[in-house]
Design a protein around this ligand. Structure first.
Ligand code: ZN
Length: 108
């Protein structure tokens, strides 16, 4: 019975997060920008690309392994940081937003 309600509210959350990303970027202030640029200098390659045997240093984002929403006090915790390229960062963010283990297959 609750299944239908849950899945529709998940979809609404997805749109909510998408439309509110502007506001949420406020957590990335100047201190963070400086910190993350130093981190990227020391960790220039995407860790996921490294898993695939690639050394990718293009469009690197400093990602929080445990998202800031869940662990705001770990913002500058080196143990909680990893370098991700734009593609892998997007994949991780999408997974966190949708809570889906893999990207859904589109069916027509
Ligand atoms: Zn990557």
């Amino acid at each position: 019975m609750a299944d239908r309600i849950q899945s529709s509210s998940q979809q609404r959350n997805y749109h909510y997060n998408r439309t509110h990303t502007q506001k949420r970027t406020a957590k990335y202030d100047n201190t963070w920008r400086e910190f993350s640029s130093n981190y990227r200098k020391r960790n220039p390659f995407c860790v996921e690309c490294r898993e695939e045997g690639l050394f990718n240093s293009k469009d690197i984002h400093v990602d929080h392994i445990v998202p800031l929403e869940k662990a705001p006090d770990r913002k500058y915790d080196l143990e909680n940081l990893q370098s991700l390229c734009r593609r892998h960062h997007g994949i991780k963010t999408a997974k966190e937003t949708l809570h889906a283990p893999e990207s859904p297959v589109e069916r027509f």
